[in-house]
Write a protein that binds this ligand. Structure first.
Ligand code: PEP
Ligand code: MG
Length: 911
């Protein structure tokens, strides 16, 4: 016989397990054992391990050898501990059977209470409790739960009737009562008979009378529930592996429904919505566990009335709460029953909390001396992404719940820019500008099929951006994040009709000017206006509308961030193109600019760039380029002034030129072709012809990146000149600037050298003219597999590397960053990919290329500075990976800087 331990007993002051056995016993089982070990009253029971579940799933619902014997032995110990016997007709023990995985998956799996009741034991329970109605109520609840969970009688669709609820309802009607608790013993007896008949109608067999058969039925149902649909969905959402399995806890029942000196409830050792200290929660007098969550009766608040309802029980609870917090050094979420004045704990676990509460609780626990500042930064206490909630306006939770109830939910897309925003629908940047001119306080949501550089003005004005196409690194997504705007992309259910000025979802049609609300945390879209609340941290740091001393939330944030900066190794930079974005990023703690996308500066000068594109000859192009120079110089000067001595990485022109001028532009703006023809003094046909020439089938793999500067060196020369003239001017003003000029989309060393030569030559000339020199570097983006694989060659000339993981993901996976929205949801739902690769680095693929890039690059140049500036630079899991492979910095959009700081600290502390 196998001697593997499948069953762990706990009760009567001894436990086989403890909190360290979480993987085997699940969170609930491990903590029940741990509570016994620290002297907290817990009804006796035993835990069947997660390995049993995995065996059960893999072996056609069979159990491993030896399990039945171990269960029988453990059951005996439970009987001894509780002084009752399972199946006894004079002193019956009843048990519950509950799931409990390694990570809690609230409500996703099954539970059955009151196992062991039958026509004989129910009489004994009535006798013992002196409460016949209680005994028969427990019995009818048991049949109801067992029927639903084990016999599969739960309604399958929202139109199906629940046979038990139906019978219960009819019984209450017949008895002329409103609440279940008002039914008499006689009514409940009738109900039990009716419930049993219902199960027989469903299964064709009598309801199981044998307590042991009931128990094994329940155990099987709990293990099977690991594989139910909602458990799969939950695991996918929370990154819980499907092969962990759940444990199953069989535990003696205690009763909160024996009378008015009994209660049941769920409590928190502190509030987990805003994080305020103090025991709180919900309870119901004379009720059983599931009543509190089921919403049949409205529970009372522990902090308001339990001390007067059950003073003795309340005092014990508060005491237990303190003991648990001190022991676990974490806020606990507990389930308890008060049976005739005695408190029993049925569960404790680290409480789930909002981002607000996470920060407050972590900081408070340090200030209360319970944990160290390093412990406060643990990922499990404050998932780095949760800091978002402190920075963004959020939907008022009550208002959102109301909207859901009212049926205004429309659809869901890719959550690309966090926060919550409501506004009037606006389809074109020009309309947004017109609305803004009329009313600078206008509230708009820019709704587009996709966005392009021309939409930037509109994006600036809008509260949020919603697009039907594009992915997490699409133009709309990355620009929104940089601007700190709420954004949802790839919302494929939206049908945007620019001509009709409507957006349609199914049969709902919204027009320009109608209100719409978008939740960038979840990707949800609602028709109408959902109220939002502003972030105090933003009011202090960015808006400067609140003083630090007036905001406790800000003070806690600031305290946390000092600990963060002490702990992290990685530097944090920002992706910013404008002085205001740079200033915001500095307020958030950025230590430099990791990516200035120069093309974003061109949107104000579309005429000049279009002339440049359309130029036929070098002279014409040079003339157009020369007109762009002063604008670029001013832009760069602004950036240098905002950043002071901090390093500023400026990337030369990168996107395909057709993003500035294409057939789409001509079609959308009918007067554009005439304007261009007039300015350039050519025919409209010539314009048409040139634009057609520019057309590319695969523009993202076409004439873009350094390929533009190589074919049109005058563009590189102009940009280098603008950067270096601005740098010299800043230096003359006393700012010791550190520009880092970055060449995009390099694959070959020769490409890099070609562009580097132009930059260095220009620098020489500019320094001679200005009479000052500036300390500058020339480096490269690594965003093509070839650049990573040949990094030793590229590093021969490049002074720094920055991983452009948006393009590197696109080129390594052969997956278009603009088109993957069509299938990524399907891929995620079917576990084809563990994450959205454009949000979280694909460590096996893209990550390997990055490792190679770093290693080979540093084999040539051992002090090579390496960073990342793709969207992944603000994703916590990716930041941790960047720390692991030894990057010097990560660069992300301004509003993600605090998140990247925290993730970097967590990476350092994890080591
Ligand atoms: C990248 O490719 O990761 C990058 C930062 O460049 P862009 O997103 O501008 O292509
Ligand atoms: Mg790129």
């Amino acid at each position: 016989m196998s001697d593997t331990k499948h069953v762990y007993f706990f009760g009567a002051g001894e436990a086989d397990g403890d909190a360290t056995l979480r993987n085997t016993l699940g969170g609930k089982g491990a903590n029940l054992a741990e509570m016994i070990n620290i002297g907290i009253p817990v009804p006796a029971g035993f835990t069947l391990t997660t390995d049993v579940c995995n065996y059960f799933s893999a072996n056609d619902s069979q159990y491993p050898e030896g399990l039945k014997t171990q269960v029988a032995e453990a059951l005996k110990k439970v009987e001894a501990a509780m002084g009752a016997e399972f199946g006894s007709t004079s002193n019956p023990l009843l048990v519950s059977c509950r799931s409990g995985a390694r990570e809690s998956m609230p409500g996703m799996m099954d539970t059955i209470l009151n196992i062991g009741l039958n026509d004989e034991t129910v009489a004994a329970l009535a006798e013992q409790s002196g409460n016949e109605a209680f005994a028969w109520d427990s019995y009818r609840r048991f049949i109801q739960m067992y029927g639903g969970v084990v016999l599969d009688m739960k309604p399958k669709t929202k139109n199906d009737e629940d046979p038990f609820e139906d019978l219960l309802h009819k019984k209450k009607e017949a008895a002329g009562v409103k609440f279940d608790s008002e039914l008499s013993a006689a009514h409940l007896k009738e109900l039990v008979a009716e419930f049993k008949q219902a199960t027989k109608n469903h299964t064709g067999e009598d309801f199981p009378n044998d307590p042991l058969e009931q128990m094994w039925g329940a155990i099987g149902a709990v293990f099977s529930s690991w594989n139910n649909d909602r458990a799969f969905v939950y695991r996918r959402d929370y990154g819980i592996p499907h092969d962990w399995g759940t444990a199953c806890n069989v535990q003696a029942m205690v009763f909160g429904n024996l009378g008015d000196d009994c209660a049941t409830g769920v409590g928190l050792t502190r509030d987990c919505s805003m994080g305020e200290p103090g025991f709180c929660g919900d309870y119901l007098i004379n009720a059983q566990g599931e009543d509190v969550v089921a919403g049949i009766r409205t529970p009372q608040r522990i902090e308001s009335t339990l001390s007067s309802d059950l003073p003795e029980g309340y005092a014990q609870l508060v005491e237990i709460g303190k003991k648990l917090e001190t022991h676990y050094k974490e806020v606990q979420d507990i389930e308890f029953t008060i049976q005739r004045g005695q408190v029993w704990l049925l569960q404790t676990r680290n409480a789930k909390r909002t981002g607000f509460a996470a920060v407050r609780i972590a900081v408070d626990l340090v200030n209360e001396g319970l944990i160290t500042s390093r412990e406060a930064l643990q990922k499990k206490r404050i998932p780095a992404d949760d800091l978002n909630q402190l920075l963004q306006p959020i939907f008022d939770p009550a208002a959102k719940a109301r909207a859901e109830e009212e049926g205004t939910y429309l659809t869901k897309g890719i959550n690309a820019g966090p926060g919550a925003a409501s506004g009037q629908i606006c389809f074109h940047a020009a309309d947004a500008e017109a609305a803004f001119e009329k009313d600078p306080n206008c509230q708009l949501i820019l709704v587009r099929r996709e966005t392009s550089p021309e939409d930037l003005r509109g994006m600036r004005i809008a509260n949020g951006i919603l697009t039907a196409f594009g992915g997490a690194s699409s133009h709309a997504a990355l620009v929104s994040r940089q601007m700190g705007k709420v954004c949802i992309v790839g919302c494929s259910a939206l049908n945007v009709d620019y001509h009709e000025s409507t957006v349609t979802v199914g049969d709902k049609v919204l027009k320009a000017g109608d209100w719409i609300s978008i939740d960038g945390f979840t990707g949800e879209v609602f028709a109408g206006q959902v109220e939002t609340k502003p972030s105090e941290v933003i009011e202090v740091l960015i808006g400067k509308t609140k003083k630090p001393e007036d905001s406790e939330t800000y003070q806690r944030y600031a305290q946390l961030m000092t600990w963060v900066d002490e702990a992290r190794r990685l530097n944090i930079r920002t992706n910013a193109d404008q002085p205001d974005q740079a200033a915001d990023a500095i307020s958030f703690g950025a230590e430099g600019i990791g990516l200035c996308r120069t093309e974003h500066m061109f949107f104000d000068h579309l005429d000049e760039i279009r002339e440049m594109i359309l130029a036929d000859t070098l002279e014409e192009r040079q003339a157009a380029v020369d007109r762009l120079l002063p604008f670029q110089r001013e832009d760069f000067k602004g950036l240098f002034q905002a950043m002071g001595e901090k390093p500023v990485t400026i990337r030369l022109l990168d996107p395909p030129l057709h993003e500035f001028l294409s057939e789409r532009h001509l079609a959308e703006q009918p007067d554009l072709i005439h304007k261009l023809a007039d300015t350039l003094d050519v025919s409209t046909e010539t314009i048409q012809h040139r634009v057609a020439e520019l057309h590319e089938e695969n523009p993202m793999l076409g004439h873009r990146g350094c390929r533009i500067g190589i074919v049109y060196p005058e563009i590189t020369a102009m940009q280098a000149r603008a950067i270096l003239e601005a740098a010299c001017a800043a230096k003359q003003e006393g700012i010791n600037v550190h520009p880092e000029i970055m060449i995009p989309l390099v694959g070959f060393l020769t490409e890099f050298k070609n562009q580097e030569a132009i930059v260095r030559e220009t620098a020489k000339a500019v320094f001679a003219e200005a009479g000052v020199t500036v300390d500058y570097m020339v480096g490269t983006m690594v965003e093509l597999p070839r650049a990573a694989l040949c990094a030793d060659q590229v590093a021969d000339a490049a002074e720094f590397f920055s991983f452009g993981t948006n393009d590197l993901t696109q080129t390594a996976l052969g997956m278009s960053r603009d088109d993957y929205g069509a299938f990524i949801a399907h891929y995620r739902e079917n576990d084809i990919v563990p994450n959205d690769p454009f949000q979280t680095i694909d460590q096996d693929g893209v990550g390997s290329l990055m490792r190679i890039g770093v290693e080979k690059g540093r084999s040539t140049r051992d002090d090579l500075k390496v960073g990342i500036c793709g969207e992944h630079g603000g994703d916590p899991a990716s930041v941790m990976f960047c720390d692991e492979i030894g990057l010097n910095y990560v660069s992300c959009s301004p509003y993600r800087v605090p998140i990247a700081r925290l993730a970097a600290a967590q990476a350092a502390l994890d080591k």
